[in-house]
Design a protein around this ligand. Structure first.
Ligand code: NAD
Length: 320
């Protein structure tokens, strides 16, 4: 059996990474998440023999060491984090503790207990900070300004130093905005807009609608992580860093209008608050490197992705 840890395995990305890992019958997945809500765990019900849930906060260093001592692990996908820009703004200490110290705890455990473990980290396009050129490339400096962004710039650099200094096997993924089925967080734009429209309500936008982002379907992003894991097993390098971007790069308002059109809600115009001062204005990732080296590219376009996502929210609306 190939034992794999997925932290944040109950989040939108973690859930999909776990599902894709479970397609290989040799994988046994240990989910480390401080959440243990039944509605999220139910999604793995059919695989219970191949999944173990550990309700653990990874800021607890002792517990992290004990899991790594107990199980012979081949790969850790470290996907758990405080992920909301607004939550990070309101709780900087918690954010830095989770996203930076929590990450260090896992790296320390790998360094001290078993350096052969592959560690794959979910960084973000936000680690780069404000975009000063046409697109972000992997060799650009990491210079976030706001708490969430800084938590990703710093943890990304810290993860790199454990590879460069202590020879850990590290993969880093810097992806754009992820959407898809299974996102229970209606503070996020796409879940909020879809559930509002499904209930015949006007969605509320915190921004002015003009922020520009890359949008990626969760299945495509999870496939990038698994492809990287398989590539790392060949052990040619110690450190791999990839942007995971998309051709779907547009303004928030265009995305909202797209959802409105699919759901035939043209009479429900979004309410634009324009009170978000802590967001990068424009983001776009160049993802030629992962295309060239790992043959990964996004397969699901925005209309297909939104339709699949809407269908999931329609079928699960009672959970929200
Ligand atoms: N969603 C996006 O658009 C996006 C884009 C780029 C990068 N990322 C990164 O990808 C990763 C996964 O994102 P997501 O959208 O799936 O997040 P999510 O918010 O949906 O899920 C995160 C999970 O981490 C868990 N968690 C948080 N702090 C924890 C702690 N201290 N101990 C244990 N569990 C903890 C939460 O309970 C939650 O289940 C994150 O690192 C995020 O920063 C996300």
């Amino acid at each position: 059996m190939n034992n794999i840890i997925v932290t944040g395995g109950l989040g939108i990305l973690g859930r999909e990474v776990v599902n894709q890992l479970l397609k290989n019958k040799n994988n046994f997945v240990i989910i480390v998440d401080k959440d243990k809500s039944k509605k999220k765990i139910q999604t793995f019900k059919q695989h219970l023999k191949k999944v173990k849930f550990l309700k653990i906060d990874f800021t607890n260093k002792k517990k992290i060491f004990s899991i790594l001592k107990k199980y012979k692990i081949s790969t850790v996908f470290h996907l758990g984090a405080v992920t909301q820009v607004l939550e990070a703004y309101n709780n900087p200490y918690k954010t830095f503790n989770s996203n930076i110290m929590g990450t260090i705890n896992i790296l320390e455990a790998i360094k001290d207990l078993n350096k052969s473990i592959n560690f794959i980290y979910s960084s973000s396009d936000k680690a780069y900070g404000e975009l000063k050129k046409k697109e972000y490339y992997e060799n650009f400096p990491l210079e976030g300004d706001f708490p969430y962004d800084v938590s990703k710039s710093s943890s990304d650099l810290i993860v790199q130093t454990y590879s460069k200094t202590y020879q850990l096997n590290i993969g880093i993924v810097r992806s754009g905005n992820i959407y898809g089925p299974g996102d229970f967080n209606t503070d996020r734009l796409i879940p909020h807009v879809i559930t509002s429209y499904l209930r015949n309500k006007k969605p509320i936008l915190r921004s002015n609608g003009k922020l520009i982002r890359d949008y990626l379907y969760v299945g495509d992003v999870a496939r990038a992580y698994i492809t990287l894991m398989n590539h790392m097993k060949k052990r040619k390098q110690k450190l791999y860093i990839y942007n995971v971007g998309s051709k779907e790069n547009f303004k928030v308002i265009n995305l909202v209008n797209n959802i409105k059109k699919i759901l035939n809600k043209s009479h429900l115009k979004p309410i634009i608050l324009n009170n978000s001062k802590i967001e990068i204005k424009r983001q776009k990732l160049n993802y030629n490197k992962i295309k060239r080296e790992l043959k990964w590219y996004p397969k699901v376009n925005i209309t297909q992705g939104l339709k699949k996502t809407i269908l999931w929210y329609r079928n699960n609306l009672s959970l929200f």
